[in-house]
Design a protein around this ligand. Structure first.
Ligand code: FAD
Length: 547
């Protein structure tokens, strides 16, 4: 089988242009990736095109939680909470190294939020809807207990608290792992390939005209069914398809800021109330804490979404109101990200009130579009779409039932979290001999699963005189180029490693040398090299400088 590498683009292009597919998916975010895996594993001949890198859109800019959406209970969205809440345990089982249990602290006060008894009842319903195991169910806390969990909270505001179960993940990694698994199940997948028009046969969509990002060459991909999973761009494609009638998307922007953990040394993830009635997360992760999110209407450029000074200041103020000793300032912000929620517009509702439910649109020319939903619910959304595709277009054929609840991804055979821990421990000595702390091994295992062993071994086998840290990043990069379709500097530093968010000083330190490795591996021209470096430099500037 062809490796999932940018070096094999010609082979993939050849397949896309010469073969006929049962299903072509537009968009390589979590939704498109999930549909590709579901369809390919049921036996549909499947293709997926993504205009930039996988998870370029919202799927690399979320809060990075696999969560049931506690706040949706307030909006009485019981169906949504039940579905995504139950999915948490499924996605954790499929990738226990990447979807990690994380207890969430919910401080309670008299002035904000629902109060002690309503929260207690709400969390009980939350656990019940999601079928949370008894040992993981919510625990209500006294004021003293809450402050013991988090001494930085403003003591006079705290009346009590609660601890409940959620999971943390890396959204872009989750997406790429599902994309890779779809590829291994037979899907034909290409990034940097933009759908620019539709092709019709007898009045129905029968394919897509695609533009390759670098050569600008156009080609046609033929398919019996086309599904648009283009997230915030769904309506653009509906316009091209002349089917943007009735319901439409309503985009809202959500921003996260990143500070050094020592500037906000929360002991665990916290979900706290803000004066304007919203709720915000503060989540510790290695050497940093990230805080988010905002929720404001957005009508700007969807390809370049960044945090503004106003967004950053809102989050800084929220932190300072809740953790008075933090005294955060804008200057403390090391990095940030901003994403767009592709929600379904409802007349008269504000950004925060809009439903997070997904919605499927079918156009008169048989284009299927899906938008809305949550990262957490990707698998069920995919199942609904593929069921619809089969029912409408392949009722005369026999395809297997959905089996994605059984398909593990991420190159692992971990049964449980305990296996992940044992695996990490088995790697500590080898990584330690190269001078790496356990936290480096933890990062590699959480990102790459069992492939972490290979990455460490490659660094170990590198006989060059380079310093160990550079040998490791070289090995990591090789892995991402050879097996994870990394094509650009930003693919590597933003979406495969998350380094621009969680370890920005390492990006600054290694960007030059990494770009030289890229140039050597891909024989980039001087012009391409300059373009790539400028794109990374722009990202480095935008995540830290607000206007
Ligand atoms: P996207 O990820 O945007 O993917 C669409 C893709 O289509 C993009 O990669 C884009 O490049 C591509 N595309 C567009 N046009 C074309 C074209 N013409 N040709 C080819 N490709 C095209 N959910 C959770 O479960 N947990 C959370 O913690 C969470 N936090 C969130 C926080 C924020 C701030 C936001 C904004 C959302 C959050 N969500 C969360 C929701 C979740 O992130 C989204 O529901 C999900 O990522 C949407 O994925 P998608 O694949 O539909 O869209």
């Amino acid at each position: 089988m062809t490796a999932f590498s940018c070096n094999h683009r010609p082979d993939i292009l050849q397949k896309l242009t010469t073969e006929h597919f049962d299903l072509l998916i537009i968009g390589g975010g979590i939704t498109g990736a999930g549909i590709a895996l579901d369809a390919a594993s049921r036996g549909l001949k499947t293709a997926l095109i993504e205009k930039r890198d996988f998870a370029f859109g919202t799927s690399s800019r979320s809060t990075k939680l696999i969560h049931g959406g506690l706040r949706y209970l307030k909006q009485l969205e019981f169906g949504l909470v039940k579905e995504v809440g139950s999915e948490r345990a499924v996605v954790h089982r499929l990738a226990p190294h990447l979807v990690v249990p994380e207890k969430m602290l919910l401080p309670l006060s008299d002035k904000k939020g629902l109060g002690y008894w309503l929260t207690s009842a709400g969390l009980k319903i939350y656990d019940w809807l999601a079928g949370v195991a008894p040992e993981d169910q919510r625990r209500m806390l006294s004021k003293v207990q809450t402050l013991k969990y988090e001494p930085m909270l403003r003591s006079e505001d705290v009346k009590g608290g609660a601890i409940y179960a959620e999971y943390r993940t890396d959204d872009a990694r989750l997406t790429i792992e599902i994309v890779k698994e779809a590829f291994h199940q037979g899907a034909t997948i290409l990034s940097y390939a933009c759908a620019v028009d539709f092709v019709y046969d007898g009045g129905n969509v029968s394919g897509v005209q695609v533009e390759e990002s670098y050569t600008k060459e156009k080609f046609i991909v033929n398919a019996s069914v086309v599904v648009s999973a283009a997230g915030p761009w769904v309506d653009e494609l509906r316009v091209i398809n002349k089917s943007k009638t009735g319901k439409r998307l309503h985009l809202t922007k959500g921003v996260h800021i990143v500070v050094a953990h020592q500037r906000l040394p929360v002991k665990q993830a916290i979900y706290f109330d803000v004066d304007d009635g919203r709720m915000i997360f503060a989540i510790p992760r290695g050497q940093i804490t990230y805080i988010g999110t905002t929720d404001t209407n957005y009508e700007g450029d969807k390809d370049h979404v960044w945090a503004t000074l106003q967004d950053a200041q809102y989050l800084v103020n929220a932190v300072n109101a809740t953790f008075p000793d933090a005294r955060l300032t804008i200057e403390d912000i090391e990095s940030s990200w901003a994403g767009l929620r592709p929600l379904i517009h409802e007349e008269g509702k504000s950004a925060s009130e809009l439903s997070r439910k997904d919605e499927i649109f079918e156009s008169p020319t048989a284009l299927i579009s899906i938008a809305g939903g949550k990262l957490t619910g990707y698998r069920k959304m995919a199942e609904r779409v593929v069921d619809l595709v089969i029912k409408k277009h392949f009722s005369d054929k026999h395809f297997k039932a959905c089996k994605t609840a059984q398909i593990r991804f991420g190159g692992h055979h971990f049964g449980t979290t305990k296996d992940v821990r044992k695996f990490k421990e088995s790697l500590y000595p080898r990584a330690g001999a190269l001078g790496f702390q356990d936290s480096v091994t933890n990062y590699l295992v959480e990102n790459y699963g069992m492939e972490a062993e290979h990455i460490i071994a490659q660094a170990d086998a590198d006989l060059s005189s380079l310093e160990n840290a550079l040998r490791l990043i070289r090995s990591e990069l090789s892995h991402c180029i050879d097996k994870e379709m990394v094509c650009t500097l930003c693919d590597f530093f933003i979406r495969r490693t998350g380094m621009i968010y969680f370890d920005i000083y390492r990006v600054i330190k290694w960007k030059k040398i990494v770009s030289e490795i890229f140039q050597e591996r891909f024989r980039w021209s001087a012009q391409r090299m300059k373009m790539e470096q400028e794109e990374l430099d722009t990202a480095l500037l935008k995540v830290r400088n607000f206007h």
